[in-house]
Ligand binder design. Structure first.
Ligand code: KIV
Length: 285
């Protein structure tokens, strides 16, 4: 990897450095001190995760976005611990370098800190993830505290929390207006104080995300939160143009994989129907 990074010692960079081992939460903290920005993507299977790992993406999230993007649900709400655990294990198996974060799905941590610890422990032990993510600011601080005490690194998630889609009645931008902005700041500080090693800011005005990024000593990971966050995350199917239908405004598509895959399938079908595949070169005697 030969990517330019903003760091005095590029061998320690999250992107373009560290080649011999997995990224750790200490590397993430050091990147914030250096002012290094870093990318994060979701992944839900071993093969795709391996591609991203080899591309140098330092942090992969086995997000509950698998509900919409991989499992065919309408939202993240139905995703279960069994599903997250199985796909997280696949992502861990497919990677050598990236820090893997497993998402705690809806219903896996809201009941109590003890429930959160039980399910986070399962993800760490059965799937082999390094860290877990859960949604909520002040309301989830208790859970974060217990997980961190138990030795499980936690990535927090504030702003728009998609598991609350039924309460929101959609996916509205968060933190607009003085009161909402103050609540977002309280949420971000609460998860930092509880011991989270990073915090996702989802669908938050860019100015507010910039302020949170300045105030916190843990890195902010933006999605629809403007350019000032320490890191940026995208759902991989959005990033690569696999997502069908409406694509959120904050997404930049770096490929048109859905179209390419459809064309490949059509070409294969035409060859089979027309007798152009297989040929002698693909045959055994
Ligand atoms: O589940 C997910 O993919 C997420 C990201 C959008 C941050 O929570």
């Amino acid at each position: 990897m030969t990517h330019a990074v903003k760091t005095s010692d590029s061998s320690k960079a999250l992107y373009g450095g560290i080649t011999s081992r997995r990224i750790t939460v200490r590397d993430i903290a050091a990147a914030k001190e250096r002012g290094e920005k870093w990318p994060m993507l979701t992944a839900y299977d071993a093969m795709t995760a391996s591609v991203f790992d080899q591309a140098g993406i330092p942090v992969l999230l086995v997000g509950d976005s698998m509900g919409n993007c991989h499992l065919g649900y309408e939202s993240t709400v139905p995703v279960t611990m069994d599903e997250i655990t199985m796909l997280s294990a696949a992502v861990v198996r497919g990677t050598k370098r990236a820090l893997i974060v497993g998402d705690l799905p809806f219903g896996a941590y809201q009941e109590s800190a003890v429930q959160a610890l039980r399910n986070a422990t399962r993800l760490v032990k059965e799937a082999g993830v390094t860290a877990v993510k859960l949604e909520g600011g002040e309301r989830s601080a208790h859970q974060i505290e217990l997980l961190v005490q138990a030795g499980i690194p936690v990535m927090a998630h504030v702003g728009l929390t998609p598991q609350s889609v039924n309460a929101y009645g959609g996916y509205p931008v968060q933190g607009r207006g003085e009161e909402a902005a103050q609540q977002l700041l309280r949420d971000a500080k609460a998860v930092q104080d509880a011991g989270a090693f990073a915090v996702v800011l989802e669908l938050v005005p860019a100015e507010l995300a910039a302020e949170v990024t300045r105030i916190l000593h843990i890195p902010t990971v933006g999605i629809g939160a403007g350019p000032e966050c320490d890191a940026q995350v995208l759902v991989w199917t959005d990033m690569a143009g696999m997502t069908q239908g409406r694509v959120p405004r904050f997404v930049k598509q770096y490929a048109q994989l859905g179209e390419a895959l459809g064309n490949a399938a059509r070409d294969f079908a035409a060859d089979v129907v027309g007798g152009a595949y297989p040929t002698e070169a693909h045959s055994f005697h």
